[in-house]
Design a protein around this ligand. Structure first.
Ligand code: PXG
Length: 471
């Protein structure tokens, strides 16, 4: 089959996630056929540097034989059994033990799911159940953040702060509130001056959280949920003041902290968990993606002792679980993935070597005329595209500059995502220094071409997925 055949069949039968079905049908999809290391290949013979690690998940890179072997061996041994009805199997037991060894000391239990969305559904039920068991059934409100992404199931999207998602498919889950995100470049700096410096802004965001707690009443608030660094929202690295101030606020009130580690977990920020980088000591940590380097779908919730002890001692049966909770093949692959990460010192490499190297190289893009800010932490990074470098003013939204740049990146041989006019990267953690150089060179080339086409007046007006969801 050639590209056209694939595209015709795809158009006829396949509804893609977060996609304008009709627009994609007209344009035709890109067919990715195989991959190795940090490169994907498409059906037209293009080799493309995947600076998004698939969808923030292929942390060990493509083509790791050890993971293929772990899956194959487990498929032969026991392809499926469940963890309901007083049964389990070695892969789930061993993976739980490994996760607890890697997690902060006070987290000693894990509940497995098939995805990050299911992990956040589990979080929602667990925190409300916890408070009911503690004799505080009114503590039901969960505070999340505007522009947050916590998944696409009904609980996931309700916790998320993406207004267009809330607008489709009927009412969201009740008793979830959203407070402002610590997005200094987008919301804090003030476009014509008059904004805050990053640290004051970080404290203002924490104060907004406290104000929301007081407005709802502490006695009604169950938990605060946030990513250490917002991924899908636009690789938003909070000001240094933000997390310490949020911790202070949460310590004043009796509210659980849920840190969504679906993207930041497993080395992305140069520690095993983003919570360790920011010293957060969460009560619950939803995980997925990098847990298996995306080779097979698996997620879970790491549960701190405070919540686990109540659920275990007081709870009786917890009526919750999925057919694929702790699936043996997914668990075997995840375990092998974590073992490889340990054996190869991947997390330390991100922290001490390739993360700082990316930071240095990425920062050089700040000089580009289209770039208002270049930021990174570990192996997550963003470029803010601006129409006026002197004032930092954005392009008119209707120009779709981020989309244009993203499409040019593909043509240039680079996967770089756009969220509005923010370009984001999250490359495989195994990326080498020479590949970082190539990534930055390709990004610069794409920026140059974007500037050239803008000058020639050929911006596009189609909007990419998730772009419309920026609140
Ligand atoms: N939490 C966070 C922080 C995520 O990034 C989820 C939960 C949900 O995980 P599942 O496995 O149910 O997808 C995610 C997922 C994007 C994009 O465009 C990001 C995600 C998913 C789809 C697209 O950046 N993150």
């Amino acid at each position: 089959m050639n590209t056209r055949d694939y595209q015709d069949l795809d158009r006829a039968h396949h509804l893609h996630p977060f996609t304008d079905f009709k627009a994609l049908g007209e344009e035709g999809s890109r067919i990715v056929t195989h991959a190795e290391g940090i490169y994907i290949h498409d059906s037209e013979g293009n080799r493309i540097l995947d600076a998004m690690a698939g969808l923030w998940c292929v942390n060990l890179g493509y083509g790791r034989e050890e993971l293929v072997e772990a899956a194959t061996a487990q498929l032969r041994e026991l392809p499926y059994y469940n963890n309901f009805f007083k049964t389990t199997h070695p892969p789930a037991i061993k993976l739980a033990e490994k996760l607890v060894q890697l997690a902060p000391a006070h987290m000693n239990r894990v509940f497995f799911t098939g995805s990050g969305s299911e992990a956040n559904d589990t979080v929602l039920r667990m925190v409300r159940r916890y408070w009911a068991l503690e004799g505080k059934p009114d503590k039901q409100w969960i505070i999340a953040r505007e522009n947050a992404y916590h998944g696409s199931t009904v609980a996931g999207l309700s916790l998320g702060g993406m207004a267009p998602m809330h607008g489709q498919g009927g009412p969201t889950v009740p008793k979830i509130a959203h407070v402002r995100q610590p997005y200094w470049f987008g919301e804090g700096r003030g476009m014509q001056g008059g904004g805050s410096d990053p640290d004051s802004f970080g404290r203002e965001c924490a104060a907004a959280l406290e104000a929301e707690i007081l407005a709802l009443g502490e006695e009604n608030v169950a938990a605060f949920i946030a990513e250490p660094v917002q991924g899908a929202g636009g690789a938003i690295i909070p000001p240094a003041s933000y997390w310490p101030a949020v911790k202070e606020v949460l310590a004043r009130y009796d509210i659980l902290l849920v840190v969504d580690e679906v993207i930041c977990g497993f080395g992305r920020l140069g520690e095993w968990f983003g919570s360790v980088h920011y010293d957060l000591k969460p009560d619950l940590m939803p995980i997925a993606k990098g847990l298996s380097s995306g080779y097979l779908p698996i997620g879970g919730v790491l549960v701190g002792d405070r919540v686990a002890e109540t659920l275990i001692e007081e709870g009786g049966e917890f009526f919750h679980g999925f057919t694929y909770s702790g699936h043996p093949v997914c668990a075997a692959v995840a375990l092998k993935n974590l073992e490889l990460m340990q054996a190869e010192g991947i997390v330390e490499r991100v922290r001490d070597d390739v993360g700082p190297y990316l930071a240095e190289r990425w920062a050089t893009l700040a000089e580009h005329p289209l770039v208002g800010e270049a930021r990174s932490l570990g192996l997550i990074g963003a470029l803010e595209l601006v129409g006026d470098k002197a004032t930092g003013a954005r392009f008119p939204k209707s120009l779709g500059v981020g989309t244009l740049c993203r499409d040019i990146c593909f043509e240039t041989g680079l996967v770089m995502r756009s969220v509005g006019d923010t370009m984001i990267i999250s490359p495989p953690l195994v990326i080498r220094r020479a590949e970082v150089d190539e990534l930055v060179r390709l990004a610069r080339q794409a920026l140059d071409e974007t500037a050239r086409r803008l000058a020639a007046g050929s911006a596009v007006d189609d909007r990419p997925y998730l772009e419309e969801t920026r609140s």
